[in-house]
Design a protein around this ligand. Structure first.
Ligand SMILES: NC(=O)c1ccc[n+]([C@@H]2O[C@H](COP(=O)([O-])OP(=O)(O)OC[C@H]3O[C@@H](n4cnc5c(N)ncnc54)[C@H](OP(=O)(O)O)[C@@H]3O)[C@@H](O)[C@H]2O)c1
Length: 294
């Protein structure tokens, strides 16, 4: 039995879908308020709980061999400290106590770069260390941005031709297909080459962020209208928000870090990932065409 946390998220729902397509048993950890109808229809066992409640974790782990931690935080769900840090530490402790065979942790590319002003990165870095020292069999995947995040932007582009890009268009990225990442997360449990390993998990190409509207232009045969505010716009917004909501200001630090820095995989890292898992990663263009091509 697999336990998937964040099972209704962009990544988690793809993990559950793929597990069910392979007819493997999966328990989806969801909240009462989560939209879990699709997961249930696909035959996932639904466990309703709250990841911030240790008792819920304890119950959810009964009879579980493999854990995939794919949940993430936002301000409404308790923030980085409660979700990205504490819930994962508690999951790891429970996994040890119940003798789980493998733990896949979805971290973030750059978790090892000591970004000061980015609570999610700090939390992921601390969890990585804790998991590596836990004695559990584990795999840590450090993804770059998800291709599925681009789908609403591509829809918007299809209608209007408009693309909003905050910050420097020359910043490089290796966006990963969210379906590929789900595949890697599942395969980690049974791929010996992935055991006790940490991988940077980006897509197969290095793109400048400014190339994304050009990809959309090719797919939808439309000239892009680029709106490109500077990063300073985020700084102004953060300063203003900080006066009334310091927590939101802190979490915008993670967002700013994502916009201000480069997150890409080198050809050697792509080769390492593809050969460990025996998989060929798809490009952003292939991913978006699969979902949105008319
Ligand atoms: N998106 C990216 O580009 C990106 C890049 C690098 C790394 N990552 C990491 O990849 C992972 C998956 O990201 P994602 O974008 O797929 O996440 P997401 O769409 O934001 O989903 C978050 C999930 O966590 C669940 N959750 C939040 N608080 C919870 C709580 N208290 N109890 C139970 N469940 C709770 C949410 O449930 P509800 O449906 O009830 O809200 C949802 O299923 C995260 O660890 C994220 O940090 C993401």
């Amino acid at each position: 039995m697999f336990l998937v946390t964040g099972a209704t998220g962009g990544l988690g729902k793809r993990i559950v879908r793929q597990l069910r397509e392979q007819e493997r048993p999966v328990r989806a950890f969801v909240r009462l308020t989560s939209r879990y109808g699709e997961l249930e229809k696909r035959g996932a066992e639904i466990f309703i709980g709250d990841l911030t409640q240790e008792r819920d974790l304890q119950k959810a782990l009964q009879g579980v061999q493999y854990i995939i931690s794919a949940h993430g935080s936002n301000e409404a769900s308790g923030g980085a400290q409660a979700l990205d840090y504490r819930a994962n530490i508690d999951l790891i402790d429970q996994a040890k106590a119940t003798g789980v065979q493998h733990f896949t942790f979805i971290s973030v590319m750059g978790a090892d770069r000591n970004y000061e002003d980015a609570p999610v990165f700090k939390a992921k870095a601390a969890v990585e260390k804790y998991l590596q020292a836990s004695g559990l069999n584990y795999t840590i995947l450090r993804p770059s941005g998800f291709a599925s995040n681009l789908l609403p932007l591509a829809e918007q582009f299809r209608k209007s031709g408009v693309y909003l890009l905050i910050g420097d268009p020359k910043t490089r990225t290796s966006i990963i297909s969210t379906d590929d990442l789900a595949k890697l997360a599942i395969a980690s449990a049974t791929t010996p080459a992935a055991h006790r390993q940490t991988f940077n998990a980006g897509g197969p190409e290095i793109l400048e962020r400014g190339e994304i509207p050009n990809i959309f232009a090719r797919i939808f045969k439309k000239e892009p209208i680029l709106i490109n505010p500077p990063l300073l716009a985020i700084d102004g917004l953060r300063a203003a928000i900080g006066l009334v909501n310091p927590e939101l200001k802190a979490s915008l630090g993670t967002f700013r870090t994502l916009l201000a820095n480069e997150f890409y995989t080198t050809p050697a890292e792509v080769e390492k990932l593809e050969s460990a898992y025996g998989i060929q990663l798809e490009t952003v263009e292939t991913f978006v065409r699969r979902y949105l091509s008319a």
